[in-house]
Design a protein around this ligand. Sequence first.
Ligand SMILES: C[S@@+](CC[C@H](N)C(=O)[O-])C[C@H]1O[C@@H](n2cnc3c(N)ncnc32)[C@H](O)[C@@H]1O
Length: 207
Amino acid sequence: MTDTTNGEHAVTGTSTDWDTAAASFDDEPDHGLRDPEVRRAWASRLRSWLPERACDVLDLGCGTGSLSLLAAEQGHRVTGVDLSPAMVDLARAKLAGRDAVFLVGDAAAPPVGEERFDVVLVRHVLWTLPDPARVLRHWAGLLRPGGRLVLVEGVWGTVGPVGIPADRLAALLAPLAGQVHLERLSDDELLWAKAVDDERYALVARV
Ligand SMILES: C[S@@+](CC[C@H](N)C(=O)[O-])C[C@H]1O[C@@H](n2cnc3c(N)ncnc32)[C@H](O)[C@@H]1O
């Protein structure tokens, strides 16, 4: 997630031109996961959030496919969806030769037809979508029985913060999920390659 407090990039979210942002998106340590320590930290978290057995993961707002690649490396089959054709091109290149397909489309209504998944994985996207309650219901409907939503979100920046707080997202999930696990991520500097003092978390919801 681009930092809104240090001027590294423009504020992310609905105002961002993602096609333009795509070329430099991976320059942020938590985007490109190029630093082995940062990569290991995300790989370890992801492994704990995903099922142990190989399964079908739908990565919505997949960006350049950094989390898609980690999931594929852990043996999962990945479908990625992103509204930005430039992001999708980079994700296709990043996962060339893997069991992965990438589609241009809206995360709120992914173009996956009747296909169903074991996991819907979404990092740093839900907060930008209008009507998150409706979107979450739609995502829950894309899951096979016993499937899970893995949502990595936060509230970024201290001046004019943007995002969705964990308690609000947990409340939206409550009617849909039997079990919701909240993991706080702010204290894990390895994930962000720096100390952060805003709210960052993952919610794993079994639907
Ligand atoms: C902050 S980036 C996160 C990318 C990726 N999930 C990650 O964690 O590296 C947000 C991504 O969401 C995509 N996006 C924004 N709105 C979208 C929408 N309505 N449908 C699909 N993708 C969208 C953008 O193109 C961008 O690739």
